[in-house]
Design a protein around this ligand. Structure first.
Ligand code: RFL
Ligand code: PHB
Length: 390
């Protein structure tokens, strides 16, 4: 088997890159370890920056998003009894984010790929990467028990944090930067109307909570929990009781409980691997970096990587220029680190840290008060939340 770009992973990064390449006439094959159903069952992100929305349209996968995506031009940060709305539009000259689930993004990209007759091999086992230090890389894998090989010009490693691509980087070249947080997010998806019409990030004595949504009839809620917590300990009733105690009273009164459709715990981590290129292997998305979900940046960083990588590959094939490929890692990392900073900062502001001193807590409160009282401080939050320019 032969293709121009072998893409490892059919998450949002891999599907988006594949779709953009296909539309530009660049041949590609996606190898995904899991089944399509499994990929679609992962409930994750919900907030899209404008750059990602534009990219989905460019990929021919923006039709349902344009119809069903919810435009949000503000969100609320609450700290103990106080509450402040970040007027995203007012502070950024009219910009906004779009609330639309990662599951929907994935489904739309899968549909677009099917319509374009793109090749995705699901349940590809034992994927290994070879010879990407030379001109003829190869990817070996097993399909239905049969060993196969895909030869290609380039490999795009879009296989997430636990994937094989980053692990294939030559020893001694890769630098890793990491911060692990001493808590996780317990998330619940429920078919009841959202408690508020915009997102509410709440910090208090009992820890952090977030009220988000997927549609006017479907809500997504999170509460900060210790790392050793298990979902068996959290009945739906316990979850909603805890959520109501952590959000402002006016919001709590509007939290409508119901049977959870999904419930899971995600640990929080900041991580960056440098560089994002090894010869003809390029990393994109969670394969190269992780952010804690507090700033809603993970999926959006996957999109900005794909923007840079797609432009670089198009330049290579259509303009015969290697400039974009050579600049890819530095260009992507410059944006990645700014989102890492913002996500780390917002996590620090809003979470209760085990062992936190009264001084630490007063400083966090002072930071909140500063944002609530200064347009300059609030503008910095809004500018980052809505997404820094590509
Ligand atoms: P993914 O989605 O992990 O996809 C990688 C794919 O690669 C496959 N794979 C392999 N395939 C072949 N061979 C192998 N050896 C393979 N190993 C792995 C996997 O099966 C998978 O299908 O990475 P990608 O595409 O880079 O996308 C990244 C995003 O999924 C991630 O950044 C976001 O979900 C993060 N995130 C959020 N991001 C936002 O921008 N806004 C948010 O509001 C937001 N909320 C969140 C989040 C992540 C969360 N969790 C659970 C980590 C909320 C949560 C709770
Ligand atoms: C979500 O809706 O899942 C969501 C929203 C905002 C975040 C993180 C997750 O910061």
């Amino acid at each position: 088997m032969r293709t121009q770009v072998a893409i490892i992973g059919a998450g949002p990064s891999g599907l988006l890159l594949g779709q953009l390449l296909t539309r530009a006439g660049i041949d590609n094959v996606i190898l995904e370890r899991r089944s399509a159903e499994y990929v679609l069952s992962r409930i994750r992100a919900g907030v899209l920056e404008r750059g990602m929305v534009d990219l989905l349209h460019e990929a021919g996968a923006g039709e349902r998003l344009a119809k069903l995506g919810l435009t949000h031009d503000g969100f609320t940060i609450a700290f103990d009894e106080a509450s402040h709305r970040i007027d995203i539009a007012g502070l950024t000259g009219g910009k906004a984010v779009t609330v639309y689930g990662q599951t929907e993004v994935t489904a739309d990209l899968m549909d677009a790929r099917k319509r374009a007759n793109g090749v995705t091999i699901y349940e590809a086992e034992d994927v290994t990467l070879h010879d990407f230090d030379g001109a003829r890389p190869r990817v070996a894998f097993v399909q239905d028990g049969v060993a196969k090989e895909l030869s290609c010009d380039f490999i795009a490693g879009c296989d997430g944090y636990h994937g094989v691509s980053r692990a294939s980087a030559p020893a001694g070249v890769l630098k890793e930067f990491e911060r692990v947080y001493p808590f996780g997010w317990l998330g619940v998806l429920v078919d009841t109307p959202p408690a508020a019409h915009e997102l509410v990030y709440a910090s208090g004595e009992r820890g952090f909570a977030l009220c988000s949504m997927r549609s006017p009839t479907r809500s997504r809620y999170y509460v900060q929990v210790p790392l050793d917590e298990t979902i068996e300990n959290w009945s739906d009733d316990r979850f909603f009781d805890e959520l109501r105690r952590r959000v402002p009273a006016g919001v709590a009164a509007n939290v409508k409980s119901g049977p959870s459709i999904e419930k899971s715990i995600a640990p929080l981590r900041s991580f960056v691997a440098e560089p994002m290129r090894f010869g003809r292997l390029f990393l994109a998305g969670d394969a190269a970096h992780i952010v804690p979900p507090t700033g809603a940046k993970g999926l959006n960083l996957a999109a900005s990587d794909v923007r840079y990588l797609f432009d670089a590959l198009r330049e290579h094939y259509l303009d015969r220029s290697a400039a974009g490929l050579d600049a890819y890692s530095a260009r992507a990392l410059a944006r990645v680190w700014k989102a890492e900073r913002f996500s780390w900062w917002m996590t620090g502001l809003l979470h209760l840290f085990p062992g936190e001193t009264p001084f630490d807590r007063r400083v966090r409160r002072a930071e909140f008060d500063y944002i609530a009282q200064s347009n300059h401080a609030a503008s910095a939050v809004a500018e980052n939340y809505v997404g820094l320019p590509y």
